[in-house]
Every structure is written in structure tokens, then in C-alpha cells.
Write a protein that binds this ligand. Structure first.
Ligand code: AMP
Length: 284
């Protein structure tokens, strides 16, 4: 496993892989790995010849009052965690090289970027799309792996790839959870013991929604209300709980076939997101 920091050395190696006819799998991350990250790498290992993982806490996807400074970073720990996975390259670009003085170019996916998390994190998805496109141009992967945990992100990246004819296949992998159901996230390290215990309510809320749909209820407003009431005692604030169409992220009044229930809530000073795909089996 090689650790690279410079953009030109990464591009050079990727070109060499391409010349040798190797299939490159790519997992972009912000580091501080957990099993969710590792699941993407393992899938890449299965599908491709060369696995490249990037670690970059991307400043332009954080708002001025967000947690960019305190986001957990520990390269030594990350390298130890992936040493037996079969990762070929860990690419950790420097901020100054990614965004040198005079940097001016940004990518936006209109409308989709304004929904769900976009309403509360203006500029976030512009930052994500910009860095992902830059990383695609540097790593030149055949397949890139993203997690369903960030469902809106995956939908937006897929749209960007389609709209800009980027020659990469996007694979979205299921949410990896702790044994009690909490979706794994680097930000879970912010939670104290009590908050960590309370956080399991999110998963239980999603399960409640699933049960309601299973029992024949398909009215989104009713389901959302029930989930809200259920989780409120354990959380500090709700940014949103919505049931939306998977393709355009617009609210669905009724779940005819499928709906994405996505939520973002605060537990103390920590913002957590989670989601579930609700399926109305009657109509599928
Ligand atoms: P991050 O380092 O948080 O930017 O995440 C890097 C990639 O890992 C993104 O594609 C995330 O969606 C994915 N990811 C994060 N948490 C999970 C999880 N619990 N299960 C599956 N994928 C995840």
C-alpha cells in the first residue's frame, strides 16, 4: 500500500494503471475510518484490480459555522485500519494543492443541491461535487463507491456524472450500522455516552416508519408525524424529516411504490443524518 500526497504523482500512477489495462476502483472519504468506509473498500477490492482511497477533509463543503476544524483526523489510525483490506493507494492531497490561490471553479447540480440537507447547509453540495469531480480527474477511476448513508450525495453525484458525461460508474453501497442500529459515522465520536445511547432512537424511528408502511399506511404526512413524535424526546432539534421521491428528492404525498425517508437531527451539538427506503409491497 502506497501513501501519496501530490496530485501529479497520483495522476502518474493512475495513468500507468490505465496503460496496463487495470480497472481502477475509487473510494473518496474524509478519513477517520469505520466499517462503513471499509465496506466500500472491500467492494472495490472485489470488483476492481487497483483500489485507490482518498482522504481529504474538504474545506469547501463545510459552512463557516460548521465542524471543519474539529472534524476527526488521524492518518496513522486510518492506515492501520486499512492495511489488511488490500488497498493499493491512499491518496491524501494537501489543501493548498487542491485549492491554490486564485482557485475559481465550482460545480453545481441545480435544484437537487437545494433539497433536504441543502436547505440547512447552503453550498455543501457544491463543495462536494467540486471535490469529487477534481478527484475523478486526478484518480481517473472506472468505478467509484459511495455510501447510501449519504443518500442525497449519492443521487447528486450520479446526476453530475450523467450530466457531464464523466466516464465513471457509480456504485452505491448499503448503510453499515452499529449493533444497536446507529448508522456508522465519523461524527459519532462527538457524542458523549448519554447522547450515544439516545442516538439509537433514529434507527428505531426509521424502523417504526417501515412497520407503518408494512401495515398498509402510505400517507407520508402521517408517517412523518409518528416518527417525529417518537424521536423527539431523545433529540435536541430536527432539521428535517421528509419522505421524498428517490429520483428528484421532491416530497411524496403518498408512498405508491417507493419513498426515501431521510432525516437530519441534532443530538446536543452533533448533527446526524440517516435514511431508509420505504417500499409499499402492495404496489411493487
Ligand atoms: P465520509 O468520510 O463521511 O465523507 O464518507 C465517505 C464515504 O463513505 C461516503 O460515500 C459515505 O456515504 C460513505 N459512508 C459513510 N458512512 C457510511 C455508513 N455507515 N455506511 C456506508 N457508507 C458510509
Amino acid at each position: 500500500m502506497r501513501v501519496l500526497h501530490s496530485i501529479t504523482s497520483m495522476q502518474k500512477i493512475s495513468k500507468e494503471f490505465q496503460r496496463q489495462g487495470k480497472i481502477i476502483g475509487f473510494v473518496p472519504t474524509m478519513g477517520y475510518f469505520h466499517q462503513g468506509h471499509l465496506s466500500l473498500m472491500l467492494q472495490a477490492r472485489k470488483d476492481t484490480d487497483k483500489v485507490v482511497v482518498s482522504i481529504f477533509v474538504n474545506p469547501i463543503q463545510f459552512g463557516p459555522k460548521e465542524d471543519f476544524k474539529r472534524y476527526p483526523r488521524d492518518l496513522k489510525r486510518d492506515l492501520k485500519m486499512v492495511k489488511d483490506i488490500g488497498v493499493d493507494i491512499v491518496f491524501c492531497p494537501k489543501e493548498e494543492e487542491m485549492y491554490p490561490e486564485g482557485y475559481k471553479t465550482y460545480v453545481r447540480v441545480k435544484e437537487l443541491e437545494d433539497r433536504l440537507c441543502g436547505r440547512f447547509r447552503p453550498g455543501h453540495f457544491q463543495g462536494v461535487c467540486t471535490v469529487v469531480l477534481k478527484l475523478f480527474n486526478i484518480v481517473m477511476p472506472h468505478i467509484a463507491y459511495f455510501g447510501q448513508k449519504d443518500a442525497q450525495q449519492a443521487i447528486i453525484i450520479k446526476r453530475m456524472v450523467k450530466d457531464l458525461n464523466i466516464p465513471v460508474k457509480i456504485k452505491v453501497m448499503p448503510i453499515v450500522r452499529e449493533s444497536d442500529g446507529l448508522a456508522m459515522s465519523s461524527r459519532n465520536t462527538y457524542l458523549n455516552k448519554k447522547e450515544r445511547e439516545d442516538a439509537v432512537i433514529l434507527y428505531r424511528g426509521l424502523q417504526l416508519a417501515k412497520e407503518l408502511v408494512k401495515s398498509g399506511i402510505n400517507d407520508s404526512a402521517y408517517i412523518i408525524e409518528r416518527v417525529k413524535k417518537f424521536i423527539l424526546p431523545k433529540i435536541t432539534k430536527i432539521d428535517y424529516i421528509e419522505i421524498v421521491d428517490y429520483k428528484n428528492l421532491l416530497p411524496l404525498k403518498k408512498i405508491e411504490k417507493e419513498g426515501l425517508l431521510a432525516l437530519a437531527v441534532w443530538i446536543g451539538k452533533t448533527r446526524l443524518i440517516d435514511n431508509i427506503i420505504l417500499r409499499n409491497k402492495k404496489n411493487i
